[in-house]
Design a protein around this ligand. Sequence first.
Ligand code: UD1
Length: 430
Amino acid sequence: MEQYIMKGGAPLSGEVTIAGAKNAALGILAGAVMTNETVIIENVPKVQDVEYLLDAIADIGAVVERKEGNKVLINASTIRTTQVDNDYIQKLRGGYYMVGALLGKYHHAEVDMPGGCNIGSRPIDQHLKGFRAIGADVRIKGGMILAHASRLVGTHIYMDVVSVGATINIMLAASLAEGKTIIENAAKEPHVVDVANMLNCMGANIKGAGTDVIRIKGVPELHGCEYSIIPDQIEAGTFMMAAAATRGDVVLKNVIPKHLESISSKLREIGCEVVEEDDAVRVIGSNHMSATHIKTLPYPGFPTDMQSQMAVVLALADGRSTITESIFENRFQYVDELVRMGADIKVEGNVAMIEGVNMLSGARVVATDLRAGAAVVIAGLAAEGFTTVEEVAYIERGYESFVEKLRELGAEIERVSSEDEVQKFKYKVG
Ligand code: UD1
């Protein structure tokens, strides 16, 4: 079974280049099928979730070509079905963007219900509400989302909860609707803005992305374009936490520092140094980190996707910290794993109470979901002794070359597939 084995205790140092944003890529690649002209997307991260979506897009008949580097070409003129019900799409959350994209272009979509990490109940009622509001008949049948419209007509939509997925999905479909759609209480995440920018590059007319009111003037058709995806805010944040937890000194390249503000300011608050440049951020860890309180919130608040990695840092900070999770109800599964490594964390409802300890110790732990998986790796790198992390497929859904990048920063970590290899690693690094 694939697992990561690592020996912790050494500070990470050096430079790491951050990949394109996975969650932007999923919306953008789905959007690329909305024209019959060729779309070229750059800075596409090589992660499993993106591969699943590209496979699903190819499976319905589009031409999908991976070019050198991180470039992907999509030509959707050859799409032969609007039914997306293969193994790939079931595995990922962002597969639901195929509903918005196909509904907008063909007025018809049949897509498997989304999968993704088990971090809560994750309803999609706001997506369906949006599609219905612009004139689609939407049903869930046999585990699939069935959406059909004879006409899509723009309207005023108020989102009952701030949802990244629903905001992007409605933007996709409404780009090709008749008239004007207004999304109120929209999500403001950088990847919402990135999908809007890409659709505008394809000829859509979307204004206000990044604020809580998005105005979309429908256009009759979209055209081809070349577009480069923004850097991944969460991958960057993860390496920032790895630098802090190991008391290292790491420069992250290809980032947008503004997107990292909530993360940078919390690290500064607990005593780390964060130096911002135009498209780079340097994090210098501290031997005397202090406790703080975190509450996850929609952007520009502290991202829910960063709370498990931050928990590792706070587990090593002096005093009592708290993390309040306000987006997903089941996002503390990683706590048991950190406790196995010597962390002192108790969960009550949606609050984790963390009493800082001096040191974590290596153990055999499991990645319970994508971001939780990254967190236990960070813990392993900060801990004394050896740590093995199982279920690493979760991690590889969202992190490009995670092990390789960590190794370049000096981490002693390897991806192995047998107990034999674990023993060899232990023998090698001593
Ligand atoms: C996306 C990200 C995920 C991130 C999350 C919040 C992708 C593929 N995933 O997930 O990594 O953790 O944003 O930043 O981009 N909700 C409803 N009804 C809906 C939709 C959402 O009640 O129709 C609720 C959810 O249960 C949750 C909150 O709204 O409590 C936010 O969810 P949302 O922003 O939609 O998250 P995802 O798009 O699933």
